[in-house]
Every structure is written in structure tokens, then in C-alpha cells.
Ligand binder design. Sequence first.
Ligand SMILES: Nc1nc2c(ncn2[C@@H]2O[C@H](COP(=O)(O)OP(=O)(O)OP(=O)(O)O)[C@@H](O)[C@H]2O)c(=O)[nH]1
Ligand SMILES: [Mg+2]
Ligand SMILES: [Zn+2]
Length: 379
Amino acid sequence: MSKSLISRRPVIRRGSSAVDANSHEKPASELSPLRKLGWKPFFQQQLSLDELNDCEPVKVMAVHRSQIEVRGDAGEEAVLVNGPLFEDAAERPTVGDWLLLDRETRKPQRRLDRSSLFKRMAPGARQAQLIAANVDNVLIVSSCNHDFNLSRVERYLALVKEAGCRACLVLTKADLNDDHEQYREALKGHRDLPLVLVNALDAKNVEPLREYCRSGETLALLGSSGVGKSTLLNSLAGSELAATGGIREDDSKGRHTTRHRALYEIPDGGLLLDSPGMRELGLADVGDGLAATFADIGALAAKCRFADCAHESEPGCAVQASIESGALDERRLRNWRKLEREIHRNTRTLAESRADDKALGQMYRTVQSHARSRKSGGE
Ligand SMILES: Nc1nc2c(ncn2[C@@H]2O[C@H](COP(=O)(O)OP(=O)(O)OP(=O)(O)O)[C@@H](O)[C@H]2O)c(=O)[nH]1
Ligand SMILES: [Mg+2]
Ligand SMILES: [Zn+2]
């Protein structure tokens, strides 16, 4: 199916679940299966008339080496990872993506544009690794022990804000720690980041988190290994959907209990993304998200005497004045600088490897076309 056929106008087909794309007001129990999976007008509008007739949308629930699990109106099925859609590693579908499956052959035809995308620099590589697509809300999960680290929270926030998602910071293992005030104090500078302390093992305790996972919404749980992401999932779902592990409390290396990223359906709620703990979250292409995360420093910097102030020892530096008065934490300035340098470096690396890939692709095409013309020349 050619991309040129894509109509950008919404096409509503009577009698199909696609009609429900506009029914935001319905109670959760009445939503169509697709709406429950997060189908929205944004995706509906991408379908051409031909695609409406020949294809059906499915959501990628999990990605394995040779096949992906998808779910749609027809329930769950497995799709093989081959064909043009899977050739370009950077374009490969990720968890949360919407694909169009041919109604007859059940083969994926194309991936729909994403409403949001999380990616990180693949540890030790020059490429980005996709984490998830089409996520609405994120719980940045950390725990009330040595795992808690404000600079890491800011790293996650840059990613989440770049994607335009709503974030909440969840500190698990509140039952193992009495000094909750220290965390509230540490988060004072982040007025727009709600903080919830929970015992993730206790279903009643996690109730306040349901507002991030309503029917039709997708909630991602992101955080290090052993902080209790799968435990939260199970408590919200009311059943043991995922295995949880016994990480040794004083061994920060820990074992990764969850091995694959996957979406789970929460009864009377939306979809929940559980993923293996991330030891490294290298940032790239999230300049706007970083600016939003450190908007307070940006606002101060605008008041510095010199437009190119480095906020070190320049006279009239509003950022340094704020640190001296105790209003701004120096750690925050250091982390902002560090992340800014990292994003700059990684974004350049990605741009270079994209350019290399493009040049390589061009070279292959040239070689192939020479080979073809030699063949047709009767060699
Ligand atoms: N006491 C207590 N234990 C918890 C809490 N949350 C998680 N745990 C325990 O911490 C351990 C790790 O929890 P998991 O849910 O497997 O952690 P995870 O974040 O999914 O870890 P990975 O899958 O490796 O990324 C398990 O033994 C849980 O029972 C909590 O709030 N209180
Ligand atoms: Mg887990
Ligand atoms: Zn300054």
C-alpha cells in the first residue's frame, strides 16, 4: 500500500468501531475495544479510504526477537517480524505503536504516526533505542532507599516533558522508611511534579495512582531495577500479571526480573507499560524537554547582565545570586549543565549515524542499479 494514498482527512466508516474514535464522553465500560487500547482521532485521521476497507488497526503490546504481539478488535495475535516495515532498525515498531494489518493476509502494512515517543541512547552504541510510543502518562518510579536520586529524576523528566506526557513521581517502599519528609523537602523545587509515596505491595495504597491510568490511556512505569514497577502493576491490576523479584537491598547491581517491555490491560482502566529497569538513560533529541524541566534556571538566566553569561563568576549573574540566596540548589545548576552537554553530544552522534546510514543506503542502491544494468546488458 503506497503512502501517497494516505488521506489526512478523518474518514468515518459506519458500523465499524472506528466510529467510536470521537466518543470521549462514554463511560469506560462502554468504550469499544480499540478505544480502550487508546485509539484516538489522531490515529483515525491517518487512514485513507482504501486502508479503512482493507486494513484494521492493531496495537503493539510486546516486541520479541522474531515476532510481535498485537491486539485489536479481533483480539490478540502474533505477527512475524519480517517484511519492509522491519528493515530499517530506526523505524521498527516499538511497544505502544499502532500498525495497520491487512484484513486478509494479517501482514502489517504500515505503522501510524506516533503521538509520543520515548527513546534513549543505546548504552555503548551510536544508535537510539526506542522505549515506547503513544504513551499518555508516566510514573517515574524510585524507592525510599538509596535508589532515590534527584538528578536521575530530572533526567527522566526531560524525556517525559519532551514527549508531552503527564508525569508523577512515585516513591515505593514507603513502608520501609519513616522519614518521608526528606523526600517532600527534596522535591520542593519541582512544584509541577506530583509526589506519591506508597507501599507498592498494598492495593489500597496505590489507589491514588489510578487517575494516571484511566480507560483509553497508556501509563508507562519507568525506573531502575528493583524499585517495584512490576509490583505496582500487579497491585493496580489486582492480579499477578508480571513476575516480581527479590533484589538484594544493598546490591545496587540487582537482577533484572522483568526482561521484556510489554503493555498490560488493567481491569476497568487503561494500559500499563512495564519494562526492565534501566541502569542508564542516555538522553538525545530532548532539548525542549530539558528546557521545560529547568524552566526556573532559564527564567533566571534571562535576568543575567550579560546575554552570554556562563553563570560562573560574571558580575550581575542572576543564577549565581539565586544560589547564594539559597533559593536555587547548586546541584540543579550542575545537573542542567551536565544534561545539556550530554544531549548536545548524543544528538550530534545520532545525526552523524543517520547521515552515515543514508550514505550507505545510497551506495547500496548505486551498486545494485549498476549490477542490474550490467545484467540487462547481457553479461
Ligand atoms: N516492602 C516493600 N517491598 C516492595 C515494594 N515495592 C516492591 N517491593 C519488593 O521489591 C522487590 C522488587 O520489586 P519488582 O516489582 O520486581 O521491581 P521492578 O522494578 O519490577 O524490577 P525489574 O523488573 O528488575 O526492573 C520485590 O521483592 C517486591 O516485593 C514496597 O513498596 N514495599
Ligand atoms: Mg519488573
Ligand atoms: Zn548568569
